[in-house]
Ligand binder design. Structure first.
Ligand SMILES: Cc1cc2nc3c(=O)[nH]c(=O)nc-3n(C[C@H](O)[C@H](O)[C@H](O)COP(=O)(O)OP(=O)(O)OC[C@H]3O[C@@H](n4cnc5c(N)ncnc54)[C@H](O)[C@@H]3O)c2cc1C
Length: 593
């Protein structure tokens, strides 16, 4: 059952497992299935554990349910951005690499977490990155060959809503057809008349830089291919809609308590150290409640809240904890360190096409008409697709860059940058114009940030130091990524389609100009990981072992994105702070061609 407040929770219940927060990425979901015998992850853990009627599981979620059409209609994901009462509404610490900007940073505070409000792009990442996880942790269970089976197990490949023939748009051999997370190609006609054929033409005009890739989720993502999204029959497929679907919520041994933020986990034994009790409250002023698990506490609070929760519970760096007057119960210096996040921005061009997604943002009548269609056809039409892009590409950067810098990628099949043109601005706008956007996004960042306490009040946000673009490599690499994006839009394929650039990009003529442009327009994007990183069993660094148990503690597991030692080069910009593009047309020369 789902309860919305603590008094509704039946007092006679006893829980084997208490899960804090719930919303793993698809790839984490699969990993937890890999470890189903020993533990699990967020809603996935709760689902898989309660397959066994002998286990009783409680999920504690800080936020409410995702209610309302915006959470279900894929295209409306842009309307879920800041400010949103179901978002944590964070702001970053000043971003020293991005001209000291303080930026909004979105995170879902609702059941399903970010999977209930994200961009829905389904991108697994390269095989060599999983093999690096296996190498770095000493656990072959993290290798691509081990994971592929679980990717397939978690996935429910679904035909696009328009029923078009998908031969040549994906490789069925690498997909799963019987799992719980819906994945599909676009069923939307948007951009079909011009944008998509022109984009595909680029793969013929510049096959070395932009080869066509049948399926970027096959383990070798380089090239341009058809986007795959976690959408099922034109509706968002989140960890809530899939792993907590009504047939699972009906299980008598699965309980979800909403509006309950865990404020601390409390030590219950010294040798071995156990933290089996969770303390939680509805809000800052609310009464503190406590519940104790008999088998495990499983933390799935995400890469920002998990380290904060550990630190407030006395698990972290002794010196830092002492400065806040918190007694150190487990000295784990790496809690909150190693934050790794993609960074990028969108280069926007005016187009003379009106067949772009801007029309839907600009025209309320059209929007309502499309919504009527979506409702009447139960998910059909343009709104049944995420408001990002139908094609994506991933690229390696030029070898010349690695004469100066070591290559941070996991191997030759792993990209450094993710891009992909978008038919329209990547965010809702009222600028009155039509755009084509070229995302430039660095997906192998070498900058590392931190999450640290700001105060000891668990209802205060932590200090979120993303540290984006603070290494020489990162800024040089983003500059090269930007050149690639501009190159993509410079080919004859776009003749008669692109009118000229917005955002003054033509003023950037030298590398120094491009870097300045990147620093002025970039944002750390929404794919933060690494703040409670895995390391080999017995290592004196890291926070969890490869089976995700917290080092030095028994029966306490972390199963969210914070455990990944490196961010996967597996996505591109899906969120940007609101853009304010110029509405006049600057002069434009195709200098990048
Ligand atoms: C705007 C946006 C767009 C994105 N687009 C994409 C995309 O297109 N494709 C993609 O793969 N990824 C995307 N992502 C990233 C992806 O959604 C996240 O990486 C992923 O959801 C992280 O999962 P998680 O379980 O680590 O944390 P989260 O999804 O953040 O879940 C954590 C959950 O724990 C709850 N919680 C936190 N603290 C507590 C506490 N103390 N007590 C109780 N509950 C707590 C939270 O409310 C939340 O429900 C996007 C993210 C955002 C924000």
């Amino acid at each position: 059952a789902i309860y919305t407040s603590f008094p509704q929770l039946p007092t006679e219940l006893i829980f084997d497992f208490i899960v804090v927060g719930g919303a793993p990425l698809p790839y984490l979901a699969t990993k937890l299935e890999l470890h189903a015998a020993g533990g699990g992850a967020g809603n996935v853990v709760a689902n898989r554990l309660t397959e066994n009627p002998a286990f009783s599981v409680l999920v504690l979620e800080a936020g409410p349910l995702p209610e309302g059409l915006n959470y279900s209609v894929p295209f409306f994901q842009s309307y879920l951005r800041y400010p949103n009462p179901r978002d944590w509404n964070y702001t970053t610490a000043p971003l020293t690499g991005i001209n000291n900007q303080v930026q909004q940073y979105p995170r879902g505070r609702l059941l399903g977490g970010c999977t209930s409000m994200n961009g829905m792009q389904y991108v697994r990442g390269p095989n060599s990155d999983y093999n690096r996880y296996a190498r770095v942790t000493g656990d072959p269970g993290w290798s691509w060959d081990s994971m592929l089976h679980y990717f397939k197990k978690s996935e429910h490949w679904t035909p696009p809503t328009d029923g078009h023939k998908t031969t040549g748009q994906f490789d069925p051999a690498v997909h799963g057809f019987n799992g719980l997370v819906g994945v599909s190609l676009s069923g939307s006609p948007l951009g079909l008349s011009e944008f998509i054929p022109r984009s595909l033409q680029v793969t013929q005009e510049l096959p070395d830089q932009f080869p066509f890739n049948l399926d970027y989720n096959s383990g070798t993502p380089i090239g341009l291919g058809w986007s795959q999204n976690t959408i099922k029959n034109g509706k968002r497929s989140s960890s809530y809609t899939s792993y907590l679907a009504p047939e699972f919520i009906a299980r008598p041994n699965l309980h979800v308590l909403l509006n309950s933020q865990v404020t601390r986990i409390i030590q219950t034994s010294q040798s071995p150290k156990r933290f089996m009790t969770v303390e939680f409250a509805e809000n800052r002023e609310g009464s503190r409640h406590r519940l104790t698990a008999s088998k495990e506490v499983v933390i799935s609070a995400g890469a920002l809240e998990t380290p904060k929760l550990l630190l407030n519970s006395g698990i972290g760096d002794e010196t830092a904890l002492r400065s806040f007057g918190i007694q150190t119960l487990v000295d784990l210096p790496d809690v909150g360190k190693n934050l790794s996040v993609h960074v990028g921005f969108s280069v926007n061009f005016f187009t003379n096409s009106t067949d772009t997604q801007d029309s839907i943002y600009l025209n309320e009548t059209l929007r309502n008409m499309l919504l009527d269609e979506w409702i009447a056809t139960d998910g059909g039409g343009v709104l049944g697709w995420s408001s990002s892009t139908q094609l994506s590409h991933w690229n390696r950067l030029p070898d010349s860059l690695f004469e100066t810098f070591p290559d941070p990628s996991s191997g030759p099949d792993s990209p450094h940058c993710g891009a992909g043109p978008s038919d329209g601005l990547n965010s809702a706008t009222s600028s009155g114009a039509h755009f084509i956007s070229a995302m430039a996004s660095l997906v192998t960042p070498t900058s590392r940030g931190t999450i640290s306490l700001n105060t000891t009040d668990p209802f205060d946000q932590p200090i979120i130091d993303m540290a984006s673009l603070t290494t020489d490599f990162d800024i040089a690499a983003l500059r090269e990524a930007m050149k690639l994006s501009l190159l993509f839009l410079s080919t004859p394929a776009w003749d008669g389609y692109i009118l000229g650039p917005a955002n003054n990009i033509t003023n950037a003529t030298s590398d120094a100009d491009l870097e300045a442009y990147a620093r002025a327009h970039s944002a750390p994007n929404a794919h933060v990981v690494g703040t409670a990183s895995m390391s080999p069993r017995g290592a004196d660094w890291g926070v969890v072992d490869p089976d995700l148990l917290v080092k030095g503690v028994a029966q306490l597991r972390i199963v969210d994105a914070s455990i990944l030692p490196y961010v996967l080069p597996a996505n591109k910009v899906t969120w940007l702070p609101p853009l304010k593009p110029a509405t006049t047309l600057p002069s434009f020369s195709r200098r990048w061609a």
